[in-house]
Design a binder for this molecule. Structure first.
Ligand SMILES: Nc1ncnc2c1ncn2[C@@H]1O[C@H](COP(=O)(O)OP(=O)(O)OP(=O)(O)O)[C@@H](O)[C@H]1O
Length: 252
């Protein structure tokens, strides 16, 4: 990304961001609510128009490279609309076909991946009957079915149980070993701290920090990523806010 800026009408949300991400990197993309993380991802995915600057993916400017680069991308959005009336088999096969896979191959891979997540029994159940975690697993499978080179995960652990989180973190490490690049956006700091090769902190439309966790720790003299996050975003008031909040709640 070069000088990437975005304005929704009332002020700049992204202020000339420059970021170069390399193959095989897991990048933890973090920042306060409203910092512009989803906006960045939507621009890169070609879902958001009206930006300034340049975004190059796989060496080509996305403004001129057509849509074929999208086949090399997998995406788990923070909130996703799934087609509730479809079964998991139908949804995943359809999703694979959208990325150019043959029906039979998409269905076979979907079945094998569902089995790995312990969901073989739910293959022919409608998505409307799925629990939150089951749905999230379907979204994760859908993002990976076509074997993409570049992955965008926005709070991918949402709803996953502790065992599934372990499996997913291991999957991420292996995908990166295979040379896949992962853009991982989350507010769960201890997970970001552990899985990321590099952490990019967006604050108020700027990149406020960029480096490995060890580098950030060295620069900021703070212990955990959560503490570094608090420090870099100038936030020290959690106790006071909590106190005031509860006293308002208790007002009769
Ligand atoms: N479609 C839109 N129209 C107008 N403003 C928008 C739109 N989408 C986002 N914004 C604004 O842009 C800013 C950045 O939003 P964005 O969703 O990128 O933040 P985020 O970093 O992903 O936040 P969160 O951590 O809460 O998901 C916010 O102030 C938001 O109100």
């Amino acid at each position: 990304m070069k000088d990437l800026s975005m304005n929704y009408g009332d002020g700049l949300v992204l202020k000339a961001i420059n970021l170069e991400v390399y193959r095989g990197q897991i990048v933890g993309y973090i920042g306060p609510n409203g910092a512009g993380k989803s906006t960045t991802v939507r621009i890169i995915l070609g879902l958001q128009e009206g930006y300034f600057g340049e975004v190059r993916l796989f060496g080509e400017d996305i403004r001129t490279s057509g849509v074929s680069y999208k086949k090399r991308i997998g995406y788990v959005p923070e909130t996703a609309e799934v087609y509730d009336t479809l079964t998991a088999r139908e949804y995943l096969t359809f999703s694979g076909e959208c990325y150019g896979m043959e029906e039979e191959r998409a269905e076979r891979k979907a079945r094998l991946l569902m089995e790995q997540f312990g969901l073989a029994h739910a293959m022919d159940a409608r998505l409307s009957s799925f629990s939150k975690g089951m749905r999230q697993k379907v979204l994760i499978i859908s993002s990976l079915l076509h074997n993409p080179d570049l992955l965008f995960f926005d709070e991918p652990l949402s709803g996953l149980d502790a065992n599934s989180v372990l499996v997913f973190k291991e999957i991420l490490a292996r995908l990166s070993e295979q040379g896949k690049t992962v853009f991982y956006s989350s507010h769960i700091m201890d997970v970001v701290e552990k899985i990321s090769h590099r952490i990019v902190l967006l604050s108020d439309g700027y990149i406020a920090a960029d480096g490995s966790f060890d580098e950030l720790k060295e620069q900021n003299k703070e212990g955990t990523l959560e503490e570094i996050f608090n420090q870099l975003t100038g936030f020290h008031e959690h106790e006071k806010i909590a106190r005031d909040f509860v006293s308002i709640v208790e007002e009769v």
